[in-house]
Design a protein around this ligand. Structure first.
Ligand code: PBG
Length: 321
């Protein structure tokens, strides 16, 4: 008989044998940014997550960095009345995201700022690209994504993260960054599945599609190897880092990707619905909030993620101290 219980006799012994430990530098913390001043607006479907105006954002990031987390992912949230078919308000150098990037990099130069590059937060129809005959047109969307990425990069973003799931989006962005001599890195949302778990995010970012769904561009979760093909294509197109999203129901994909692409940093996104589901369960007393996050986040790292994007990152390291 092989005796395993000797590895579990006390907390100290268990700590000694644990080989997957969460560190603040594994984490990327997402933020929703709005125009205005003094705004801290809790998102009803995401307990403990807020939409911040830039002044409040800076204060919150400062606190986040005190806990050791130094990477953020920014999403812009704008009023419905400035949205149009092309998502114009998200493209130019004075967009909410460009302003937030400039101010953050000025106040907190050590911070790594990553921006989400997608049209859905800025289009009147809520889809991730330009519409053509009631479907999202791939190739005419590419220049717009490139334009958005370029303006984020010029504002000082360290990393741009295209999430629209258009074919060729990484290449289009790489090309425009190279033409402008920018060293901005690309974190590609490569294996992004059409998931029910994005529900609370769409409420937070006011990006619910006006009609239909995103199944003609985001991945079908009934496929097995396509996620790896998407990742391979993005690396080929010039991605510096790749992503699997969501995380908790896609640990197999994370695991395979980390084995297949050992030289490329892999991020995994514990998305809004995963976060809200755990928060709701904890609020109902089904399990302990901190423990359930520690377990699920550890599982994501154990599967092979180098970086974890999680709405719980701040609270986790705050209560760790
Ligand atoms: C933008 C985008 C979405 C998320 C990240 N970037 C929404 C979507 O694709 O519908 C989801 C993040 C989350 O649920 O936490 N396309």
């Amino acid at each position: 008989m092989k005796r395993f219980r000797q590895y579990r006799t006390s907390e100290e012994v268990r700590d000694k044998y644990a080989d997957v430990i969460l560190n603040p530098d594994d984490f990327i913390y997402p933020y929703f940014v709005v125009e205005g001043e003094g705004i801290t607006d809790e998102i009803s479907s995401m307990n403990g997550v807020f939409r911040f105006s830039i002044d409040r954002l800076i204060e919150d990031v400062r606190e986040l960095m005190d806990y050791g987390v130094d990477k953020v992912l920014l999403f812009g949230v704008v009023n419905q009345n400035i949205k149009d078919e092309r998502g114009s308000c998200g493209l130019h150098g004075d967009s909410i995201i460009c302003k937030a990037v400039r101010d953050l990099k000025k106040e907190l130069p050590e911070l790594t700022v990553i921006t989400d590059v997608c049209l859905c937060e800025y289009t009147s129809h809520g889809h991730c690209g330009l519409l053509h005959n009631k479907d999202v047109d791939n190739d005419s969307t590419l220049p717009l994504l490139a334009q958005m990425a370029l303006s984020h990069a010029l504002a000082g973003a360290d990393v741009v993260a295209p999430s629209a799931m258009m074919d060729g989006q990484v290449e289009a962005i790489r090309t425009v960054l190279d033409e402008n001599n920018l060293k901005t890195r690309i974190l590609a949302y490569s294996a992004k599945y059409a998931s029910s778990f994005y529900g609370p995010f769409r409420d937070a970012a006011a990006s619910v599609p006006g009609f239909g769904d995103r199944k003609s561009y985001q991945m079908d979760y009934r496929t097995r190897d396509q996620g790896l093909e998407e990742i391979a294509a993005d690396i080929e197109e010039g991605a510096d880092m790749v992503m699997v999203k969501p995380a908790m129901s896609y640990l197999d994909i994370i695991s395979k990707a980390s084995e297949k692409f050992p030289d490329t940093k892999l991020a995994a996104y514990q998305v809004s619905g995963e976060y809200s589901m755990l928060m709701a369960g904890a609020a109902n007393g089904y399990f302990d909030e901190r423990r359930v996050f520690e377990e699920t986040l550890t599982a994501i790292k154990r599967a092979g993620a180098d970086y974890i994007i999680s709405y719980y990152a701040k609270k986790f390291f705050k209560s760790n101290r």
